[in-house]
Design a protein around this ligand. Structure first.
Ligand code: KG4
Ligand code: ZN
Length: 333
């Protein structure tokens, strides 16, 4: 059967996630376990703890997802898993289980690129983009502008030369004394702040090109941070930082749309959950006349649905990965 459902497994970082996708009925089930509480006391993800927790959660998560979908393992058409980029020990957990299931069930094993999955996540929505589109991929590890002409047809237009956007959010949040994970905490604090109080740079917008640089912004925040900062100071710093980041991203998106001639913009990855970014790009889309697409908030950050979808799309094209365990911490799109 060409359209049997695909199981997707995601264990690249601090979320254990699993989902089932099929062409005719779409997303049949998805489950996720977040390790946020496990890592919070360390102020960031501890790789060894992440791997161990994936091992202890993944079996029940897969069983539960299949039960939610009302499926027996024998009814699946393939097993997709995140092969990279990510934490190598964490990736190995999903890869091993996926390879074991595929071998036991005699199913194809599909190695999925985590960032490809992020950029295809909006395809899970009712209002999904047609090809071609421009994708702004903004996560904890990557900031990319990609021209997407079809599934598997990607051209990198620009990327961050230093910190990823999510990383800049997380590091700046730490400077402001906010707990891990910093990005959403900083965004929350920013709602109480004045984003015009500090005039932070909009890095690399004054010269041509589509690359980003965000490491200077966190230094600018550190320099502006008063020794005995009040809650209002911190909120204003958070808001001003967020204005600088979102302005910079909006300017680069506008430039990339002009450069490519595309009329559709997809924003995905964890920072795509940022409401100020969504608002700013929404206004820009109205003004410039392009269509804007986001995955739902829960599918901006890491999830299993985007892995199952990407596995399904890749199998539909007949582009199956070789049946071997394949993981890599670094893997260019
Ligand atoms: O895509 P993701 O879940 O994992 C990676 O593949 O990296 O992205 C996580 C990143 C983190 O840096 C997190 O702080 C950031 O996305 N993030 C946000 C928001 N929600 C998540 N940054 C800004 N505003 C948010 N609302
Ligand atoms: Zn991710």
């Amino acid at each position: 059967a060409p359209d049997r459902p695909i199981l997707g497994i995601e264990t690249s970082c601090d979320e254990t996630a699993c989902a089932v996708y099929e062409g005719a009925r779409g997303l049949l089930a998805h489950r996720l376990h977040s390790q946020i509480r496990l890592h919070a006391e360390y102020g960031g993800v501890v790789p060894e703890l992440a791997s161990r927790d994936h091992v202890s959660r993944i079996h029940e998560l897969v069983r539960g997802t299949l039960a939610d979908a009302g499926l027996q393992p024998q009814e699946l058409g393939g097993i997709a898993y995140t092969a990279g980029p990510g934490l190598i020990g964490a990736l190995m957990v999903g890869a091993s289980l996926a390879a074991g299931m595929a071998a036991a069930l005699g199913l194809p094993l599909i190695a999925v690129h985590h960032m490809e999955a992020h950029l295809l996540a909006p395809m899970l929505e009712e209002n999904k983009p047609a090809f071609p589109f421009l994708a702004l991929l903004v996560s904890g590890g990557h900031s990319l502008l990609v021209a997407v002409r079809g599934v598997g047809e990607y051209e990198l237009l620009g990327e961050s030369l230093d910190d990823a956007v999510g990383e800049a959010f997380d590091k700046t949040a730490k400077l402001l004394g906010l707990p891990y994970p910093g990005g959403p905490e900083l965004a929350r604090l920013a709602t109480a702040g004045d984003g015009r109080r500090y005039d932070f740079p909009r890095p690399m917008t004054d010269r041509p090109g589509l690359d980003f640089s965000f490491s200077g912004l966190k230094t600018a925040v550190l320099t502006a941070l008063p020794k005995h900062a009040s809650e209002q100071d911190k909120a204003d710093l958070a808001a001003s930082f967020q204005e600088a980041v979102t302005d910079t991203l909006a300017i680069k998106c506008q430039r990339a749309l002009k450069h490519s001639g595309f009329k559709r913009l997809v924003v995905a990855g964890g920072v795509g959950a940022n409401l100020r970014l969504r608002e700013k790009l929404g206004l820009l889309a109205q003004r410039e006349g392009f269509a804007l697409f986001f995955p739902r908030q829960a599918f901006c950050t890491d999830n299993g649905a985007m892995i199952a979808y990407t596995g399904w799309a890749r199998r539909a094209q007949g582009r199956l990965a070789t049946a071997r365990i394949f993981t890599t911490p670094r893997w260019p799109l």
